[in-house]
Design a protein around this ligand. Structure first.
Ligand code: SF4
Length: 398
């Protein structure tokens, strides 16, 4: 069976990238930057033009094969992320949602906006709700002002409380919070405190990430170069960050949260439908500078530079700077990598059947070492070894 023929989507997820921030956080390795507010409206013009013109762009470039066969695609989730999309005026965000509604069929059940706590006001929250957002992902990161300040975040602990009050007041109850384990100055006590403050707000969804130190961020570069700027000397040891993550796993599950993906927990019924599409290899279309798309057989990415991106759209050129066909081998690797990130694991038999492979030999050493296990007919990471998931992925994909 052709592995690509498995993808016959009845609906897609739409992601819109807003690459603007108020300041660059020291740990950030995203392709985002600080731009003058005058750049926001022209950027939104370009995004709306891309969304409204996407069918013609794709047809000319041979992208989105299934969509061409089926005519208009239906959208069931929308996610506006960044960057800090909550910096845009609510009217600009509303324009983006309108463009999606005009360009696609369907009525999305989950419409998420990423927001930084210091940008949330009562008026904005009400306007977001009226524009059609029904979920907010709040970049809280920590409840310690020392940690927030050390990495250059603009918000403080008090802003998180103000933000959640404004959102709930406006009827936006479906809020996801982010925390980062391993920030400079983080201690066992400060981590436990952040987690308890977070739990006291009883959010519907929580994401917890381990701080990544790579060449893509100032903090990462400084650390790799052996420097001391950006709080390098106050970084917790790797073991401490891993212990923080493990403590969170126990605490959140104890509080009734469903740990459904390595970095994500939800109260029953509140898993992120949009993000599940990424982990399940379901199609999604990305619009805006640096946005990624996947149609089941090909992955492509837009130009990362917002100016180059907007210029392409203005000249009615496809803003794609990178595209890649996914062959069967790569698709299998994605199935394994993305499948094992989900705590429900993988239906191994069905994967082996679909890709006509026998994974027994590859898996046996990992099973023998207790890194993966079979549970209720599915292959999954051993719950006690989630902190070494990267090691498992590297060995599995070798
Ligand atoms: S707000 Fe988010 S995207 Fe912007 S610089 Fe900070 S971490 Fe990066």
């Amino acid at each position: 069976m052709d592995f690509a023929s498995q993808i016959a989507p009845s609906s897609v997820g739409v992601y819109v990238q807003v690459p603007f921030c108020q300041a660059k956080c020291s740990y950030c390795n995203f392709s985002t930057g600080v731009f003058r507010a005058e750049a926001y409206a022209p950027y939104v013009d370009a995004v709306c033009a891309e969304i409204l013109g996407h069918a013609a762009f794709y047809r000319d470039a041979g992208l989105g094969v299934w969509q061409q066969a089926a005519g208009r695609a239906a959208v069931d989730t929308i996610y506006i992320g960044g960057g800090t999309p909550s910096l845009l005026a609510p009217g600009e965000l509303g324009r983006i949602l309108d463009a999606v509604r005009r360009a696609f069929d369907g009525s999305p059940s989950e419409v998420t906006l990423e927001a930084d706590p210091e940008t949330v006001t009562e008026e904005k929250a009400r306007a977001w709700r009226e524009a059609g957002f029904n979920r907010v992902s709040l970049g809280s990161q920590s409840f310690s002002d020392v940690e927030l300040k050390a990495v250059g975040r603009r918000h403080r602990r008090a802003d998180i409380y103000t933000a959640i009050e404004c959102l709930r007041e406006a009827g936006l109850d479906n809020v996801s919070f982010d925390l980062i384990a391993g920030l400079p100055h983080q201690t066992r006590e400060s981590w436990h405190n952040s987690l308890e403050e977070l739990l006291s707000l009883r959010p519907r969804h929580i994401s917890i990430y381990l701080l990544e130190l790579d060449e893509g961020s100032r903090l990462g570069r400084e650390t790799l170069a052996g420097g001391l700027r950006y709080g390098v000397a106050a970084l917790p040891e790797d073991d401490a960050a891993a212990a923080s993550y493990e403590h969170a796993c126990e605490r959140l599950v104890g509080e009734g949260y469903d740990h459904y993906e390595i970095s994500n927990w939800a109260l029953p019924g509140f898993r992120s439908r949009h993000n599940l599409k990424y982990w399940r290899r379901e199609p999604y279309l990305g619009f805006g500078a640096g946005a990624h798309s996947f149609d089941g057989v090909e992955r492509w990415a837009n130009s990362h530079d917002p100016m180059a991106y907007a210029a392409s759209i203005k000249e009615q050129r496809l803003p794609v700077e990178q595209r890649e066909s996914v062959d069967a081998r790569q698709a299998l690797e994605e199935e394994l990598f993305l499948g094992l990130r989900q705590l429900d694991g993988i239906d191994l038999e069905s994967v082996e059947r679909r890709y006509q492979v026998d994974l027994g030999e590859r898996l046996r050493p990992l099973e023998d070492e207790g890194l993966v296990e079979t549970y209720q007919g599915r292959l999954r990471l051993a719950p006690s070894r989630l902190t070494v998931s990267n090691e498992v992925f590297v060995r599995l994909l070798d």
